[in-house]
Design a binder for this molecule. Structure first.
Ligand SMILES: Nc1nc2c(ncn2[C@@H]2O[C@H](COP(=O)(O)OP(=O)(O)OP(=O)(O)O)[C@@H](O)[C@H]2O)c(=O)[nH]1
Length: 206
């Protein structure tokens, strides 16, 4: 496992929503349809190193438990997260409502956390329009409302999984770079101000 974590990413969403499978697919490239569903207890941690424009970024990924029994624990895990993947199951409308609950929480407590809204289990709705219980357009509209990016993924096929985490890493690098640039600009403007000769300096009368 990579040593230092640059970017803390947290996954939130209703139980059975596909969070663990999404992380498992991303980190280990696996999906086991035969394995019986096991609800996450507390949270699980995984890390992965990616390269963005030649820069190495280690993602520290916290997969929280969706069960409401662990709700207060999930709050501990999203603290300080720079990015959050708020998941809902495209075949379960109640999971979309639960996603909104987490978005509201994040907006209130983690102002700087960048939110990604993620519709999971895309493979189940791809060839079966009836199975889809949340329209892509409504999800996208909601994402726009909360200034989040929207993506649909499948842990089963791997659809959009790497894309999602790569986008998160790239956004993080770009934001960090912009902040560094803004600080540099601020520093040089201070230096400029200091170098300016004092105005209205009286001429020597000697
Ligand atoms: N077909 C399909 N099934 C999926 C997909 N992702 C998850 N599942 C199934 O959905 C069930 C729940 O998935 P999990 O990944 O355990 O869900 P979770 O959100 O981590 O659940 P909690 O730990 O209770 O919060 C499991 O039976 C998975 O096999 C997917 O992309 N496609």
């Amino acid at each position: 496992m990579a040593g230092k974590v640059d970017l803390k990413v947290v996954l939130l969403g209703k139980e059975y929503g596909g969070k663990t499978s999404l992380v498992e697919r991303y980190i280990h490239g696996k999906f086991n349809a035969q394995a019986p569903y096991q609800s996450t207890i507390g949270a699980a941690f995984g890390a992965k190193k990616v390269t963005v424009n030649g820069e190495s970024v280690t993602l520290g990924i916290w997969d929280t438990a969706g069960s409401e029994r662990y709700e207060s624990m999930s709050r501990i895990y999203y603290r300080g997260a720079k990015s959050a993947i708020v998941c809902f199951d495209l075949t379960d409308p109640s999971s979309f409502e639960r996603a909104k609950f987490w978005v509201n929480e994040l907006k209130q407590t983690e102002e700087d956390c960048v939110i990604y809204l993620c519709g999971t289990k895309y493979d189940l709705v791809e060839d079966n329009k009836k199975a889809r219980k949340v329209d892509a357009s409504s999800a996208k509209e909601y994402a726009d409302e909360i200034s989040a990016k929207y993506v649909e993924t499948s842990a089963k096929t791997g659809y959009n999984i790497d894309y999602l985490f790569m986008m998160i890493a790239e956004d993080f690098v770009n934001v960090t770079r912009n902040k560094v640039q803004a600080n540099k600009d601020e520093d040089s403007s201070v230096a400029l101000r200091l170098e300016q000769p004092p105005m209205n300096r009286e001429k020597c009368k000697c």
